[in-house]
Write a protein that binds this ligand. Structure first.
Ligand code: HEC
Length: 177
């Protein structure tokens, strides 16, 4: 191999290096689209810590925090959804559903002259805040096989309010927890 051949090889190597550098510069220029400094879609994930647990199915529900969202007045408005089937009056009669005066804290299925479904009459629990909350989220899921044809109240304020309203419509409204 003479020096001329070596020069050719060196030249080829240099040219190759220049081409590679050149391509990378050009592609930098072509593809370096400015990144926006602020993301266009911010997903506002709820914070885990200190988060209220209001829809849980067990004892981890923070009932006082839930009830604090509601008012008796709003409960009266929400109860319009229940009125077609339930009377809330003290002297009220059973309708499609049982009368609801005094319902909070009494045993489930306790109106003696109302014909409950088997599911409800065999449930054997009291209407605690937790039970009522769970039931009202989705009645068909909470007590399987019951015959209340109502989809449920998804909204926490609605649920809290209607429970306060039920509690108020009683001989002995309970103090809030
Ligand atoms: C379409 C009619 C209908 C609507 C609307 C309805 N319910 Fe009922 N509800 C029933 C029926 C029927 C039962 C009895 C269920 C059974 O025996 O399985 C019942 C049972 C209940 C019970 C159990 C009562 C007891 O004595 O143990 C509660 C509490 C209750 N309903 C609350 C509500 C509330 C609060 C609303 C409104 C947010 C509502 N219901 C809307 C038909 C209805």
């Amino acid at each position: 191999m003479d020096s001329f051949e070596i020069n050719k090889i060196i030249a080829a190597v240099i040219v190759t290096i220049l081409i590679v550098i050149g391509i990378s510069k050009v592609s930098d220029y072509l593809f370096n689209i400015d990144q926006p400094s602020v993301a266009a879609y911010v997903v506002d994930a709820p914070e885990k810590e200190g988060q209220l647990s209001l829809t849980g199915s067990d004892s981890d529900i923070d009932i006082s925090a839930l009830l604090a969202l509601g008012t008796v007045e709003h409960g009266q408005t929400v109860f319009k959804k229940c009125k077609s089937c339930h009377s809330i009056k003290k002297s009220g009669k059973n309708n499609i559903g049982p009368k609801l005066w005094n319902v909070m804290f009494r045993p489930v299925g306790a109106v003696s002259d109302y014909k409950y479904s088997k599911a409800l009459s065999e449930y054997k629990k009291d209407w605690s805040w937790e039970e009522m909350n769970g039931f009202l989220i989705k009645p068909s899921k909470w007590i399987k096989g019951n015959k209340m044809g109502f989809n449920g109240l998804k909204d926490e304020k609605d649920r809290a309010s209607v429970m306060l309203y039920l509690n108020q419509n009683s001989d002995q409204p309970k103090n809030l927890p």
